[in-house]
Ligand binder design. Structure first.
Ligand SMILES: *Cc1c(COP(=O)(O)O)cnc(C)c1O
Length: 473
């Protein structure tokens, strides 16, 4: 049963619907294999020539839109052809087969070592880590480690009487809601307040008690691209420990920022330099600059990753520790991550991320100069900024802007903020490698051209249509 059912009664039933065949699709003879069109929702009885099958799938996908114009996503939409070649060469390798593909396994280990060094682990050779399918899986693993460590310390009370909780800002990405839901941990959310759109260190410390498995700090927030104050968060928890004896670890969700801050904000102390930071995750497929899906989870030392969570797989006659939710997974993305590390180095990453941040900052400023908008963030942390309409703008709203930009091919999401600031609706622009200042200029030009019409509206048209509100990228 599909999750979405869209057929109305006048249309043929799902069973009857067939793909349309173009006679040109036949291999040598244009009409060969044209006698029966394959059904859409049933496995066809007969085979098709590869060229025909390719055309059918390719043509249907044309309407997906251009990923490069998708300013909603953090995920990499451009890689070099050489990376594409390597990925195609590794599409057949299963990451879990460490014994069969020992070199792929070695490249994964080198990536972990490079990240441990990049994130200033006290002893990079002792840091432990793994690749994942993305930050969501990495966060599940990091959360599980926090929960298991807490359970170990509280075996007298858990599961008999105590219920674990996790403290975080209301702005966390949806993966943390999932973690709490799937693993039965109570989420304790620090609300937004006024112009603070992410966690407040003191408010977070105040929510902690003897059942708190950890506090999540986000670098940076998906809502507005801001970095959460990780060092202040650790300081507030240090003070809590002095007062109460509670020793609450911090996990840094660095899905985007853990691949930006090390290159552009070297003086910002957010990583393993803070003794309270137990683990860090990042998405290799965001500012790690690799196609989806690859993520990374690292722990400061083996002490932060309970041994009983680690499984052993056969590796060259010895055994290789693995920590993952699934089993089989392609090796291509891990190889592409290693390629990108090797290809760019620190200097290269710095140049690429700086270019994205320059584009974000420049575009934010130029949009501000149009006069109709108020910036919530300026793209000077993550290369991401959020904006809303100025108070005197009443003819249209951010949902109108999003819809009109879409007519021009740009995907710029509009969404409403969570608890305490539900009155606030914003647009968010994610600037990534490949979104050049030339493209930014074209976006600005389109925005400038649509303003007269928007200003002439009687009222925001979302009042007629109902606005989209949920947004969880
Ligand atoms: C994107 C994101 C995630 C989820 O990452 P995936 O790699 O898409 O699974 C988690 N946390 C934050 C802060 C994010 O930006």
């Amino acid at each position: 049963m599909p999750l979405h059912k869209g057929s109305s009664r006048s249309e043929p039933s799902a069973k009857q619907r067939r793909l349309a065949l173009n006679p040109f699709f036949g291999e040598a003879d244009p009409t060969a294999g044209m006698e029966s069109a394959p059904p859409r929702h049933q496995l066809p009885d007969r085979a098709l020539p590869p060229a025909t099958a390719y055309r059918l799938v390719h043509d249907e996908l044309m309407l997906d839109g251009n990923s490069r114009l998708n300013l909603a996503t953090f995920v990499t939409t451009w890689m070099e052809p050489q990376a594409g070649v390597l990925m195609a060469e590794c599409a057949d390798k299963n990451m879990i087969d460490k014994d069969e593909y020992p070199r792929t396994a070695e490249l994964e280990r080198r990536c972990v070592a490079m990240l441990a060094d990049l994130w200033n682990a006290p002893d990079p050779s002792k840091a432990v880590g793994c690749s994942t399918t993305g930050s969501s899986e990495a966060c599940m693993l990091a959360g599980l480690a926090l929960k298991r460590r807490w359970a170990g310390r509280n075996a007298d009370r858990y599961p008999a009487t105590a219920r674990p909780n996790l403290v975080m800002g209301v702005n966390v990405q949806v993966c943390w809601d999932k973690f709490c839901n799937f693993w039965e941990v109570e989420p304790r959310l620090v609300p937004m307040e006024g112009d603070r759109f992410h966690i407040d260190p003191q408010a977070a410390a105040d929510l902690c008690d003897e059942n708190t498995i950890g506090v999540i700090g986000i670098l940076g927030s998906t809502f507005d691209g801001s970095y959460e104050p990780i060092a202040d968060l650790c300081a507030a928890l240090d003070a809590l420990q002095e007062r109460t004896g509670l020793d609450v670890p911090v996990h840094v969700d660095g899905a985007s920022g853990a691949m930006v801050a090390p290159f552009l904000d070297e003086d910002l102390v957010w990583d393993f330099r803070l003794p309270r930071v137990a683990s860090i995750n990042t998405s290799g497929h965001k500012y790690g600059l690799v196609y989806p899906g690859v993520g990374w989870a690292l722990w400061r030392s083996p002490a932060e990753l309970p041994e009983e969570l680690v499984f052993r797989v056969n590796y060259l006659g010895g055994d290789m520790p693995t920590f993952a939710l699934n089993f089989s997974r392609p090796g291509a993305q891990v190889v592409a991550q290693y390629y990108t590390f090797l290809r760019l180095g620190r200097e290269g990453y710095r140049a690429v991320q700086q270019a994205s941040r320059d584009v974000a900052g420049g575009l934010a400023e130029q949009i501000e100069d149009l006069g109709d908008f108020r910036l919530l963030t300026r793209g000077n942390q993550l290369p991401v900024f959020a904006l809303t309409t100025a108070p005197e703008v009443t003819a249209y709203d951010v949902f109108d802007v999003s819809r009109r930009l879409r007519e021009r091919g740009w995907l710029v999401p509009a969404y409403t903020f969570p608890a305490n600031r539900q009155d606030l609706s914003v647009l968010r622009v994610v600037c990534r490698n490949g979104f050049s200042s030339d493209l930014a200029e074209l976006l600005l030009e389109d925005l400038r051209l649509m303003l007269p019409e928007l200003r002439a509206q009687e009222h925001p048209s979302s009042r007629d249509h109902g606005a989209a509100t949920a947004f969880h990228h």
